[in-house]
Ligand binder design. Structure first.
Ligand SMILES: [Fe+2]
Length: 165
C-alpha cells in the first residue's frame, strides 16, 4: 500500500478480522458442543458432523472450506481498496442474512456487533481510498542518485603523466 495511513488501516482491519474469525468459531462451538445425534440430524448438521465431528472447521454455510482463493489482490492499491470495500459489504450482507435466520440472543448480539464492525471497516477503507487517490493524484519528485557510469569522466591531469614527450 502506498501511504502510511493506508498501511495502518489494512493492518488494523486485518488484525481485527482474525479476531472476528475467532468469535464466529466460538459461536459455532458453543452452539454445537452439547448437541446430541438427534439434534444434529434435526438441524441439518449431519453432513458437517460426518466430516468434522463437533470440531470447528472454517467453511462457508454451504460447506465449502475456506481457502486463499477467497482472498483477492491485484497489486493495484485503488483496485484492492475497492475489493476490500466490496468484501466488507458482502460480510455485512452475510450477517444480515444470519440475523434473519435466528432470534437466539447469544447469536444475535455478537453478529450485530460484527455487522457494525463491517460498516466501520467499509468507512475506514473508504478513507484509505481517499488518502491513496490524493497521493496518486499529487505531483511527486523522485530523486534517484546518478550511477557512476552516468557521471562525467574525470578530466586528465596533464601534470601527472609519466610519459611526457
Ligand atoms: Fe471487516
Amino acid at each position: 500500500m502506498v501511504t502510511p495511513q493506508a498501511k495502518a488501516t489494512l493492518n488494523d482491519i486485518g488484525t481485527e478480522e482474525l479476531a472476528h474469525l475467532e468469535m464466529i468459531g466460538s459461536i459455532v462451538h458453543q452452539l454445537s458442543e452439547d448437541a446430541d445425534i438427534d439434534e444434529i440430524k434435526k438441524h441439518g448438521f449431519d453432513s458437517y458432523y460426518v466430516d468434522h465431528g463437533l470440531g470447528v472447521y472454517p467453511s462457508s454455510a454451504a460447506g465449502v472450506p475456506f481457502t486463499a482463493a477467497y482472498l483477492q489482490s491485484k497489486g493495484d492499491p485503488i483496485t484492492d481498496l475497492y475489493e476490500d470495500m466490496a468484501a466488507e459489504q458482502k460480510a455485512r450482507s452475510t450477517y444480515d442474512y444470519i440475523l434473519s435466520l435466528t432470534d437466539d440472543p447469544d447469536v444475535v448480539g455478537p453478529i450485530r456487533f460484527l455487522r457494525e464492525r463491517e460498516v466501520v471497516h467499509l468507512q475506514r477503507f473508504g478513507e484509505a481510498l481517499r488518502y491513496v487517490q490524493d497521493y496518486m493524484d499529487s505531483e511527486r519528485c523522485f530523486i534517484i542518485p546518478k550511477p557512476d557510469c552516468m557521471k562525467p569522466m574525470p578530466k586528465k591531469n596533464k601534470n601527472c603523466c609519466k610519459f611526457k614527450n
